[in-house]
Ligand binder design. Structure first.
Ligand SMILES: [Zn+2]
Length: 427
């Protein structure tokens, strides 16, 4: 009898677990809308990813936009491979917090790997393929949102209190002074297009190549100073949640972050995405591919009996978005001042040594080291530390930072303007 009293039925235990899970993890609801002009925008929605394969309690979602240019190959290739490349760069068997901490570095490795692979294989160049793509890649795990981006496909966050903040940085030469300085220091020229009579037109571009962006994936013809190293930002929402709007520049050339957020507040994500695209079209016409993802990260619905069914949606949204019409633009980009969103990580440096850290785990038990970018195991003598100088001698100095194989190390040096862009001669 005593024992029977202490036993809790399995169903009750499972029910408790599920309820706890619902309290700890938000619901993710999304909508997508697009209008094509050139047909070079792609997007990715993946809700069923798992940190531990087969364990649904470790699930996370991915939302991404790829705005291609000069063709679609880079956008399609990146859409199909980037997630896998990022996951391969995360050490196995990590708990949730460790996994989230490892994610920014894995995103840098995943974005950079494409660049190394393409240049190494020369496959795009051989095919005369010079396409490139912006990438805005969003990982949502519980209330934690991690955004990695190259190019100008913005991701904004609209949170309680009407504060709209940018989670990406625009890598546009016209607007980004730091990137202009980096590129000119690498030996490229930044100027507008010259037309007859010497008149300059259009936005600032990088020469050779004429690209308006300073970072992208692909673009193998323009030189290695156009880099794929992403800006990464990681925030933790309060349990009131928030809304992400991820979109290609077809939206952002027409609408400010605040206008985009305001135009769809209080509406379900599916309708919101359509409205943002419609608003951009109304204000500017269809001049470019226009793609928009709206993702709501919101508490699970309260028990149905507590709310009249027809008003449930409105009440839920007014709980989350109710106060936002006061001070909508003040405090943009100052997430920490809001008090409801915790900034966990932000880094945008173009230097791989700063992005890959100094404590990357090495594969020492086999005597092999793993390249921090391409994840290939090699003998220590076949590569270099990310922080080491041109000569590496294991006996004379301590190991500094992650290991890079020779080809990844070569690409790193090229991206940092440390060697000519012509291929190195190998013996
Ligand atoms: Zn490598």
């Amino acid at each position: 009898m005593r024992h029977k009293q202490q036993l809790v039925p399995l169903g009750t235990l499972i029910g408790r677990e599920l309820r706890n899970d619902k309290l700890e993890n938000p619901a993710v609801k999304y909508g997508q809308a697009a209008l094509a002009k050139k047909g070079e925008d792609y997007f990715l929605i993946k809700l069923d990813c798992q940190r531990v394969p087969g364990d649904t309690a470790t699930s996370f979602s991915v939302f991404a936009i790829f705005d291609g240019h000069n063709g679609i190959s880079a956008a399609i290739f990146t859409k199909e491979n980037l997630l896998n490349n990022v996951l391969c760069a995360i050490p196995p068997a990590l708990g949730r917090e460790e996994w989230l901490q490892a994610l920014p570095r894995a995103l840098v490795a995943g974005f950079t790997l494409y660049f190394c692979l393409m240049c190494l294989l020369g496959s795009l160049q051989l095919a005369g393929e010079t396409s490139g793509t912006t990438v805005t890649f969003v990982v949502i795990d519980g209330w934690t949102v991690t955004v990695a981006s190259v190019g100008d496909s913005r991701c904004i966050l609209d949170t309680q209190g009407g504060v709209v903040s940018l989670l990406t940085v625009d890598h546009r030469l016209e607007e980004n002074v730091e990137e202009r300085e980096r590129i000119t220091a690498s030996g490229a020229a930044v100027a507008r297009l010259n037309i007859f009579g010497g008149n300059e037109v259009g936005p600032l571009r990088c020469w050779p190549g004429g690209l308006c962006l300073s970072r992208s994936i692909g673009d193998t013809d323009v030189g290695e100073f156009i880099i794929p190293i992403p800006h990464v930002k990681q925030v933790k929402l309060s349990n009131a949640g928030g809304r992400l709007i991820i979109a290609s520049d077809g939206i952002w050339d027409a609408l400010s972050s605040d206008i985009a957020a305001q135009s769809c507040r209080g509406l379900p994500a599916e309708l919101a995405a359509k409205l943002v695209v419609k608003e951009a079209l109304r204000s500017r016409g269809l001049k470019d591919d226009t793609t928009c993802l709206v993702v709501d990260i919101i508490p699970f619905d309260p028990p149905v009996m507590a709310l009249p069914p027809k008003k449930k949606q409105n009440l839920l949204y007014s709980l989350i978005f109710g106060k936002r019409f006061q001070n909508s633009s003040k405090g943009a980009n100052k997430l920490s001042a809001v008090g409801v969103v915790e900034e966990l990580f932000e880094e945008g440096s173009a230097m791989l040594a700063e992005r890959l850290g100094k404590d990357f785990p090495l594969e020492s038990n086999t005597g092999l080291f793993r390249c921090a970018i391409c994840q290939v195991d090699q003998l220590p003598s076949e590569g270099l530390s990310v922080n080491s100088g041109p000569f590496f001698s294991p006996g004379s100095k301590p190991w500094e930072g992650p290991f890079l194989c020779v080809s990844c190390r070569r690409k790193k040096d090229a991206m940092e303007g440390k060697r000519p862009t012509s291929p190195a001669v190998t013996a």
